[in-house]
Ligand binder design. Structure first.
Ligand code: O2Y
Ligand code: MN
Length: 596
C-alpha cells in the first residue's frame, strides 16, 4: 500500500474480507493517474480493454452478453422486517441472505486481486458527503469508480483513525479463472446474482455482476438505496434527480432538480443547450441529488457524483452535443461497437453507418446485419470536468438552492407537455403517481407502462409508502420556501404516432414558462389535473408550429384521466394502510375535479 491506513475498523474489515474471499493480492487504490493507466494497460494486455485510436486516453470494454444492465429482479433490500422494505422491493431476511452470500463469496477471489477502493460521495469538504469503501475484484470497477467518485488516498486521509465509512463488497463472481486472458469480465448466472442492501447496517454486498449500477456501488446502491434510508432517518433527501442551473436573459438564476425514470432523456436535459436566445443552462449533475434544508430555510442540493455513466445509443450532436464533447477523450465505453479506424459507434450517433464494425459482442457486423451493433444500454463513463456546460459551482460544498422540482416520464398519450401542481401536496401526488413506458436501462420487457414514483422504484431503500410520507414531512419543514413542483412529458404522440414536441434544446421553452411562473410573469389555465399553459403562454418563436399542434400537446382529456384515476387507485392499493392519508386525499380531490 502506498499510504498509511490508521482506521482500525477499515483494516479489520479488509483483513476479514481477504480471509473470506481469498484473493491472491490486495491492492489499496490511491486514485492516481499512474494507477489508472497501469490498470488500463493490464486490462489491454489481457484483451479486456481496447484502447481507442480516435479518442485520446479512452477505452472500450465488452461485458458478458448476460451482464448488460441493472438486474432489478436480483436487487434486494434486506431489512429484518419485510414490511420495512415494502411492496416495491425484493426482500430476503438478512440472516438468510447473508448465509447464501457467505457461501458464494467464500474463496470467490482466488486467482484475482482484491482492490480496496476508498471513495467519497460529494466533495470531501462538504457537510453532505459520505465516505464509502468498496472492495472489488474488478479492475474495470476501480477505473470507473475513479471517474464516478472522488477516489483514493485523500479519502483515507480524511477518514483518519476514527472516521466512519459505508462498506460495500463486490465480486464479479463465477469460478472462471481470470488468469486465462478473457475479453470479457466473468459474471455469475442470473440466479446467482445478488445486489444486496442491508440499510440498517449501511452495508452493501454485490455478487455476480460487473455492470454499472450492479457493481459501481457508490452510485445507485449507496447514493440512492442506502442514502434514501439514512436521509429519512436524518431528515434530508436522496433523490434520483439531475441538477440544472438556468439563467434567464436578465441574469436571474433558477436551480432545477428533475426526476425521470431511467433513459428518459435525463442526461439530455441535464446538459441542455437552450434554443431560446439569452437563456443559459449549466449542468450540476445528471442522475442523483442529495438535498437538505439550509439555515435560510431553503432546500440545498449537491450532486454526490463526479462523473457521468450515460446511455450511448441515441446520443449525438443533434440530441446532446455537450455529452458528445464530454466523451471526446478520457472516457470509458462499455458495449458500444468498434469502428475499423479505432473509434466507438452506436445506433443514433448520426452520420453514415460504417460499412463494417465489431459489434458489442465482439463479432463482425455490417449494415445488413439485423442485430444492433451497440447494446441499447451501452454506456459511456466520463468525468464531469470534461463537460463543456458544467457549472463552475458543481463542487460547491454548500450546494445550490433548489427552486423547482420537475417530474416526468415517457407517455405516448394522456399526459400533457407540462403541468404545474396546485400546491406541495398535489406535487407530491404527481411525483408519487409518475409513470413511464419502459426502456432498455434495466433488464425486462420494453414498452410497458410502469408507475415509477419519483423515478425511485428501483432505488428506494425502504417502504415506498414511508418514502411518500417523507416527502410530505419535508414539505412541512420547508413551508413556503419549498420548491414549486411541475410534471412534464416530452414524449406525447399524435394519433398517427408522430412526436408532438421537438424536445431536446426546445425543452427550454417549457423551462422558460416554468421560470416565468415562479416570477409571477406567465399565466396558466386551471384544469382538473393542475395548471397548464395556454397556447399563447409558451414561447414558440422561431419554430414552424401551428396553433393546433401546440393545443394537441397541451390537451387534457378528462375521460382518459378518469381511467388514470382507476389505475392510480390500483397502484396505491399495494401500500395498504401504510399509504399516507394525504395521498388518498389527493386522489379523491383529483376524481372530484374530473367529475365537476
Ligand atoms: O447502472 C446501470 O447499469 C445502468 S442504469 C443507470 C446508469 C446511470 C444512471 N442511471 C441509470 C438508471 O437506471 O437510472
Ligand atoms: Mn439513473
Amino acid at each position: 500500500m502506498s499510504y498509511e491506513v490508521e482506521n482500525s475498523a477499515l483494516l479489520k474489515w479488509v483483513h476479514d474480507t481477504a480471509a473470506w474471499c481469498t484473493p491472491d493480492d490486495i491492492h489499496w487504490c490511491d486514485g492516481s493517474d499512474e494507477e489508472y493507466d497501469s490498470l488500463m494497460a493490464h486490462m489491454t494486455e489481457s484483451g479486456m480493454a481496447t484502447p481507442l485510436q480516435k479518442r485520446p486516453h479512452s477505452y472500450l470494454f465488452r461485458s458478458d452478453p448476460s451482464d448488460v444492465a441493472r438486474v432489478e429482479a436480483r436487487t434486494f433490500i434486506s431489512t429484518p422486517n419485510k414490511d420495512d422494505a415494502g411492496p416495491t422491493n425484493n426482500w430476503i431476511a438478512p440472516d438468510q441472505l447473508k448465509a447464501t452470500l457467505r457461501h458464494l463469496f467464500h474463496g470467490c477471489m482466488r486467482g484475482r486481486t482484491m482492490y480496496v477502493i476508498p471513495y467519497s460521495m460529494g466533495p470531501l469538504d462538504s457537510p453532505f458527503s459520505i465516505i464509502g469503501v468498496e472492495i472489488s475484484d474488478s479492475p474495470y470497477v476501480v477505473c470507473n469508480m475513479r471517474i464516478m467518485t472522488r477516489m483514493g488516498k485523500d479519502v483515507i486521509e480524511h477518514l483518519g483513525a476514527e472516521g466512519t465509512f459505508y462498506p460495500a463488497l463486490h465480486s464479479v463472481g463465477s469460478e472462471q479463472d481470470v488468469s486465462l486472458a478473457s475479453p470479457m469480465w466473468p459474471c455469475a448466472d442470473t440466479d446467482h446474482k445478488y445486489i444486496a442492501h442491508f440499510p440498517e447496517e449501511r452495508t452493501i454486498w454485490s455478487y455476480g455482476s460487473g455492470y454499472g449500477g450492479n457493481a459501481l456501488l457508490g452510485k445507485k446502491s449507496l447514493s440512492l438505496r442506502i442514502a434514501s434510508y439514512v436521509a429519512r432517518q436524518e431528515g434530508w433527501m436522496a433523490e434520483h434527480m439531475l441538477i440544472l442551473r438556468l439563467t434567464n436573459p436578465q441574469g436571474r438564476r433558477f436551480h432545477i432538480a428533475a426526476a425521470f425514470p431511467s433513459a428518459c432523456g435525463k442526461t439530455n436535459l441535464a446538459m441542455i443547450e437552450p434554443t431560446l436566445p439569452g437563456w443559459k443552462a449549466e449542468c450540476l449533475g445528471d442522475d442523483i441529488a442529495w438535498m437538505m434544508a439550509g439555515k435560510d430555510g431553503r432546500l440545498w442540493a449537491i450532486n454526490p457524483e463526479a462523473g457521468f455513466f450515460g446511455v450511448a445509443p441515441g446520443t449525438s450532436y443533434a440530441t446532446n452535443p455537450a455529452a458528445m464533447d464530454t466523451v471526446r477523450r478520457n472516457a470509458i465505453f462499455t458495449n458500444c461497437a468498434l469502428t475499423d479506424d479505432g473509434d466507438v459507434w452506436w445506433e443514433g450517433i448520426n452520420g453514415s453507418t460504417p460499412g463494417h464494425l465489431i459489434d458489442w459482442k465482439g463479432h463482425d457486423w455490417t449494415p445488413e446485419n439485423k442485430d444492433l451493433a451497440a447494446h441499447p444500454n451501452a454506456r459511456f463513463t466520463a468525468a464531469m470536468t470534461e463537460c463543456p456546460v458544467l457549472s463552475p459551482d458543481w463542487e460547491d460544498p454548500a450546494g445550490v438552492p433548489i427552486d423547482i422540482f420537475i417530474f416526468g416520464g415517457r407517455r405516448a398519450g394522456v399526459v400533457p407537455l407540462v403541468t404545474e401542481s396546485i400546491d406541495w401536496d398535489h406535487g407530491v401526488f404527481m411525483g408519487a403517481t409518475a409513470a413511464s413506458e419502459t426502456t432498455a436501462a434495466a433488464t425486462g420487457a420494453v414498452g410497458n407502462l410502469r408507475r415509477d414514483p419519483f423515478a425511485m422504484t428501483p432505488f428506494c431503500g425502504y417502504n415506498m409508502a414511508d418514502y411518500f410520507q417523507h416527502w410530505f414531512d419535508m414539505g412541512d419543514v420547508l413551508g413556503d420556501k419549498a420548491p414549486r413542483i411541475y410534471y412534464v412529458n416530452w414524449f406525447r404522440k399524435s394519433s398517427s404516432g408522430k412526436w408532438l414536441w421537438p424536445g431536446y434544446g426546445d425543452n427550454s421553452r417549457v423551462l422558460k414558462w416554468i421560470c416565468e411562473r415562479l416570477e409571477g410573469k406567465a399565466s396558466a389555465v386551471a384544469t382538473p389535473i393542475g395548471n397548464i399553459p395556454s397556447v399563447n403562454d409558451l414561447d414558440m418563436d422561431g419554430l414552424d408550429w401551428s396553433h393546433e399542434a401546440v393545443e394537441a400537446i397541451l390537451r387534457v382529456d378528462a375521460e382518459a384521466w378518469k381511467q388514470e384515476v382507476l389505475s392510480i387507485e390500483q397502484f396505491f392499493a399495494q401500500f395498504g394502510d401504510r399509504l399516507p392519508a394525504r395521498l388518498r386525499d389527493q386522489l379523491l380531490k383529483l376524481a372530484q375535479r374530473l367529475n365537476t
